[in-house]
Design a protein around this ligand. Structure first.
Ligand code: THU
Length: 129
C-alpha cells in the first residue's frame, strides 16, 4: 500500500499548480475506508494564500466525508524527501495523529514517521475550553 500511495502522490505532483515556486508537491492520503485521496499544492498570486499538497488532499477527503486516515505519502521530484510543513502537520494531526507519514522523492531516500512524533506536545481540540 505504501508503494501505491507514493505512486499516487507522484502522479498528483504532476498536477500541482506551482507557477511561483516551481516546486511541485503531490500527496496521497489513505482513509480508514481504504479510499485514496490525492492533491497537489495550489499556489496563489498572493503567496500566503497557497495551499500545500497535504492540505489539498485532506480537503478533498473531508469533502467526501472521510475524517479518519491511516497514511499519507508526499512526493517531490527532488534528491531528498520533503517532510510536511508545520501547518500541514497540525491540520493532519487534528484528524489522525496516529497516521503514518511517508515522504518520497526521485532518489531512494524515504522518510517515514508516525505523525504524532512529528508534532510532539501538539495543540488539539482538547486544549479548547
Ligand atoms: N509545499 C507543499 O505543498 N507541501 C510541503 O510539505 C512543503 C511545501 C508547497 C508550498 C509551496 O507551494 C511550495 O511547496 C514551496 O514552499
Amino acid at each position: 500500500m505504501k508503494e501505491l500511495l507514493i505512486e499516487k502522490a507522484r502522479e498528483a505532483s504532476a498536477l500541482a499548480h506551482a507557477p511561483y515556486s516551481n516546486f511541485q508537491v503531490g500527496a496521497a492520503l489513505l482513509a480508514e475506508s481504504g479510499e485514496i485521496f490525492t492533491g497537489g499544492n495550489v499556489e496563489c498570486s498572493s503567496y500566503g494564500g497557497t495551499i500545500c499538497a497535504e492540505r489539498s488532499a485532506l480537503c478533498s477527503a473531508v469533502a467526501a466525508g472521510k475524517k479518519r486516515f491511516r497514511m499519507i505519502a508526499v512526493y517531490t521530484d527532488t534528491e531528498t524527501p520533503t517532510p510536511p510543513c508545520g501547518i500541514c502537520r497540525q491540520l493532519l494531526n487534528d484528524f489522525s495523529p496516529e497516521m503514518t507519514v511517508v515522504s518520497a522523492c526521485r532518489s531512494e531516500k524515504v522518510l517515514e514517521h508516525r505523525l504524532a512524533d512529528l508534532l510532539p506536545e501538539a495543540f488539539s481540540s482538547e486544549n479548547l475550553e
